[in-house]
Design a protein around this ligand. Structure first.
Ligand SMILES: NC(=O)c1ccc[n+]([C@@H]2O[C@H](COP(=O)([O-])OP(=O)(O)OC[C@H]3O[C@@H](n4cnc5c(N)ncnc54)[C@H](OP(=O)(O)O)[C@@H]3O)[C@@H](O)[C@H]2O)c1
Length: 252
């Protein structure tokens, strides 16, 4: 088989101008922020989330196309791609922390659901993207620093997120001959609805106070998290990497 030519373009986020990016989980937090950044550099954005009201609000903010679908449902995701027409890059930020709880107390069904959402979400995105993205396309997945700094009661979700990290490298090797790249961001604590909900810190003051013990004196913004995903998407020579973006939180 003749090797595909190796696409070369600007590694800056502005190199994404004119590209179409599907964001699975684009209706809130990091995915929503990525949608706005991508729009600002001239990319066409397709936002995917399950909740229709949230989706409508996100489209109002970002513009582009919005499709309500479960990212772990391969057929539904395939339909999103068909609706989008051509797609160059996929960002998966879908996911919560379902399946959390002590190993002897957590429900096996909840843990299975976490795997279904996280691992199968990554598989579904990859299977749909692998046959549709053009050479030079990319898939960017999401992880978190608890995979390397675990806390009690998170064995189920962390096993699932850890699988996504392993999946990232394995898929990168498999898809490299097609000139597709696969990466993931391992996030620290960022100010998103997920993080606010989990922490129970409802006011800005309480959130800022909790973040003050982080090495840089605050938690990150959703824009800062999203910009790291754009870096991975834009740089044509980065693949198979899980980059930690956490303001140094995993070091202390
Ligand atoms: N924020 C942090 O500090 C932090 C830290 C470590 C890791 N992370 C990871 O980073 C990713 C983004 O987090 P975030 O803080 O931006 O979360 P968020 O604000 O809760 O946003 C998650 C988005 O994913 C969508 N979603 C969830 N499950 C989905 C599914 N099955 N199919 C389609 N869409 C789905 C949600 O919309 P619907 O519910 O309407 O579908 C929402 O748009 C997550 O994977 C999270 O675990 C975040």
């Amino acid at each position: 088989m003749t090797a595909l030519p190796i696409p070369v373009r600007s590694p800056l986020p502005t190199g994404l101008a004119g590209a179409t990016v599907v964001i699975v989980g684009g209706t809130s937090g990091i995915g929503l922020a990525a949608g706005e950044l991508l729009r600002d550099v001239g990319a066409r954005v397709v936002l995917v989330g399950r909740d229709k009201k949230r989706l409508d609000a996100a489209i109002e903010k970002v513009g582009g196309l919005g499709v309500s679908a479960d990212g772990a449902d391969e057929d539904a995701l395939a339909a999103v791609f068909d609706q989008a027409g051509s797609v160059d890059h996929v960002l998966v930020t879908a996911g919560g922390i379902g399946g959390a709880g002590p190993i002897t107390g957590v429900s096996a069904d909840d843990v299975r659901a976490a795997f279904e959402s996280r691992v199968w979400g990554a598989f579904a995105a990859a299977r749909v993207a692998a046959t549709r993205l053009p050479a030079g396309g990319s898939i960017t997945l999401s992880s978190g620093i608890y995979t390397i700094r675990p806390v009690p009661g998170m064995t189920g979700p962390l096993a699932a997120v850890g699988a996504v990290e392993t999946f990232t490298g394995a898929l990168a090797v498999e898809l490299a001959p097609r000139r597709l790249r696969v990466n993931a961001v391992r996030y620290g604590s960022f100010d998103t609805p997920l993080m606010r909900g989990l922490s129970g810190l409802t006011t800005d003051e309480a959130f800022a106070a909790a973040g003050s013990s982080a090495p840089l004196g605050r938690y990150g913004t959703a824009d800062e998290a999203a910009a790291s995903a754009l870096f991975l998407m834009a740089n044509p020579y980065v693949t198979g990497q899980v980059i930690t973006v956490d303001g140094g939180q995993s070091l202390v």
